[in-house]
Design a binder for this molecule. Sequence first.
Ligand code: BJW
Length: 238
Amino acid sequence: MKFGRMVLLTGAGVSAESGMGTFRDQGGIWTRHRLEDVATPEGFARNPQLVHDFYNARRKALKDAAPNPAHHALSRLERAMAAAGNELLLVTQNVDDLHEKAGSQSLLHMHGELKRVACVSCGVKGAWDDDLFTDTECWRCGTGALRPDVVWFGEMPYGMDAIYDRIAACDLFVSIGTSGEVYPAAGFVHEARQAGAHTVELNLEPSVNARDFREGRYGPASQVVDEWVSDLIGRISP
Ligand code: BJW
């Protein structure tokens, strides 16, 4: 099979072995924090400092986090695809920076990034490495209205037009380390199937929509993704 246009979707499972924590697994982030409090615009309006504390801790954890073999394998795949004149888009739901640290460049953060902030008052956005507090002043308008530049429930994920365009034209769609619980990402496999693409799920265990994929490989991302990429690279042709 010839794969010239790929779209890869990653979720928290790809970063689990880098210590970033998943959301819905046993002991996951949503078992320790109420998502209504920390991942909705309403929660932020009710108690912004609680939300800042939640994201400050996760932003701090990024400093020592290193990409694992799954991140490196996806970066290797991007280089192999480019060398063969093919197209690859890596869409991540993750707000960490581990794909970048591994060298991925054709990357879209559909749920935003921990290391970016947005001003609720003037709309400016920018890179941010430090803790945020309710009185942290916006560098442009001076108000204390900065928020993490992440996508909460009820908000529109980033890059949707570009993502749907690339899925409509892809011949391979691969979903990696995501539970398939959160839309619109969970629906991408249907778009890919409509486009006639081959669909693959790589995950620790079958996700809730595993049956929607033509192929599945299961186990820790560091092994499964690395092996799958090695198999695929041998079959990439210009
Ligand atoms: C391993 C592993 C290892 C573990 N190796 N694997 C129907 C249709 C459309 C929308 C909706 C709908 N019903 C409801 C909605 C709205 C809502 C939604 O989906 N709700 C559901 C809960 C039902 N969606 C939204 O509100 C979204 N916006 C929206 O829909 O706008 C309107 C719109 C409509 C139509 C088109 C376009 C737009 C916004 C969703 C925002 C999600 N935000 C969060 C927080 C981001 C910031 C932060 O990080 O704090 O994003 S929630 C959280 O979930 C985070 C993640 O990106 C996201 C997905 O989680 P993920 O990555 O799948 O993690 P887990 O923990 O669920 O799964 C981990 C997987 O890894 C598991 O399968 C493990 O087995 C596996 N694993 N270790 C490999 N070592």
